[in-house]
Design a protein around this ligand. Structure first.
Ligand code: AMP
Ligand code: MG
Length: 406
């Protein structure tokens, strides 16, 4: 049977970055950049004051008379003003935060360090400097953050809120991004009922469609959800065709991939497409199929909700990352000390756990019962405890890797 890493490697070979589009800044967060973004200006674009105060020539403060020093005030510069003021020796200008530095000035004295009060609207003829400063103080020099031509973003970068601000600072109103992959989903099972409807004996609510849909969106895809499909060969077959007609980039199914009499997914894929693999050496989530229906990639997730969730985390998210132009990397795992002994069965295993800090560092314990049907354990937990393939048991205090929920 395929190990998780082998299976994922095999699967990812079939996914490639898709088409691109442009979006406005307001829609950019969470999207993946499709092009390099470089600076067309220096930052800051002009030298300016970082304080409300008085622009001076530093050399004027060095005349040896000691403090205070008096300077003539020749004008005022507000933020946004295109001032032509020039300071000659002995001259100064009132300057507001963000305003362009006048020619000849090289230092700004904060208003608090002078005799002036900017809230009293007068036009002082002179200013008294009362504090010692150093050359260049309270000035942001043109290009001190980065210079024109600087590569600020590279393709494949997922846009965060601070990046949106940065794009605006770079003068971009629209940015090129990869289109979100369109992911078609349906859940199979005669026992399933959509939440919001009453249950008869023997029925359960469909939890997988909404959960997998949420995960797909979280990873950068958009969802076409066909809801519940009954366990009939025709029903399942026409659901696949409906998704093909909707031009999806990936088909996800839940349930119907194991050995039951009514598990039709595999039979249909074998007939109209091809199966690449349909079992992975993991727990939960062993009955997981990958292949193509006609030419569209297909991942058959198990019906058990915890298995379905893990299959989506481990295989679907990386596939969506790749289709949306991002490079996929292993999730960041942290080390923790086991609070109790645990047994495993040699498969790569993921156990819902609770991690916290104690006096000796990070400690983790399993939560809930480990049935692949018990979604509640995933909800109670704040991480997954990863058990490597081949491991049968771990003693209390063993060091394990944990995958924290975000
Ligand atoms: P299957 O993979 O179809 O054999 O289903 C395995 C188990 O998961 C069965 O107990 C199903 O009732 C349950 N199950 C299947 N699909 C869903 C679903 N969409 N939501 C919740 N449980 C499901
Ligand atoms: Mg079923």
């Amino acid at each position: 049977m395929l190990q998780v890493t082998q299976a994922r490697e095999r699967l990812l070979k079939h996914f490639h970055p898709g088409q691109t589009e442009t979006v406005t800044l307001i829609d950019a967060a969470g999207r993946v950049l499709a092009d390099t973004v470089s600076a067309e200006n220096d930052s800051p674009p002009f030298s300016h004051s970082s304080m409300d105060g008085v622009a001076v020539r530093f050399d004027d403060l060095q005349r040896g008379a000691g403090l205070p020093i008096s300077l003539r005030v020749i004008g005022k510069i507000a933020a946004g003003e295109n001032s032509t003021l020039r300071l000659n020796p002995g001259e100064s200008a009132l300057i507001m935060t963000g305003a362009q530095l006048p020619a000849g000035a090289d230092t700004v004295i904060r208003v608090e360090d002078t005799n002036l009060d900017f809230s009293a609207e007068n036009k002082p003829g002179e200013v008294e400097i009362r504090t010692e400063v150093s050359r260049g103080e309270n000035i942001r020099v043109q290009g001190e953050n980065y210079q024109v031509g600087k590569v600020v973003f590279s393709p494949g970068h997922k846009v965060r809120p601070q990046d949106v601000g940065m794009m605006a600072m770079l003068g971009k109103s629209v940015i090129p991004v990869y289109k979100r992959p369109v992911v078609g989903i349906f859940a199979t099972g005669d026992e399933l009922v959509e939440p919001g409807n009453p249950l008869q004996t023997g029925q359960i609510w469909n939890s997988n469609s909404s959960m997998i849909g949420a995960l797909v969106e979280d990873c950068g895809g958009t969802v076409v959800d066909l809801g519940i499909v009954r366990d009939t060969l025709d029903g399942v077959h026409s659901a696949f065709d409906t998704l093909i007609a909707r031009s999806v980039d990936l088909i996800l199914t839940s349930g119907g991939v194991s050995m039951g009499m009514h598990d039709y997914i595999r039979r249909i894929i074998e007939k109209y497409g091809e199966i690449n693999f349909w079992k992975v050496n993991m727990r939960p989530g062993k009955p997981l199929a990958f292949g193509h229906y006609r030419d569209v990639p297909f991942i058959g997730l198990p019906g058990n909700p915890v298995s379905s969730f893990m299959g989506a985390q481990i295989f679907v998210c990386p596939a969506i990352h790749k289709m949306s132009g991002r490079s996929w990397s292993e999730p960041m795992l942290f080390k923790a000390r086991l609070d109790t002994s645990i047994t495993s069965d040699g498969r790569e295993s993921y156990i819902p756990g609770w991690h916290q800090l104690d006096g000796e560092g990070m400690v983790v314990a399993p939560v809930g019962n480990q049935s692949s049907g018990n979604l509640f354990a995933l909800v109670q937990g704040n991480c997954l405890i990863k058990i490597a393939p081949g491991v049968q048991s771990l003693k209390q205090d063993s060091i394990v890797e944990i995958w924290k929920f975000t």
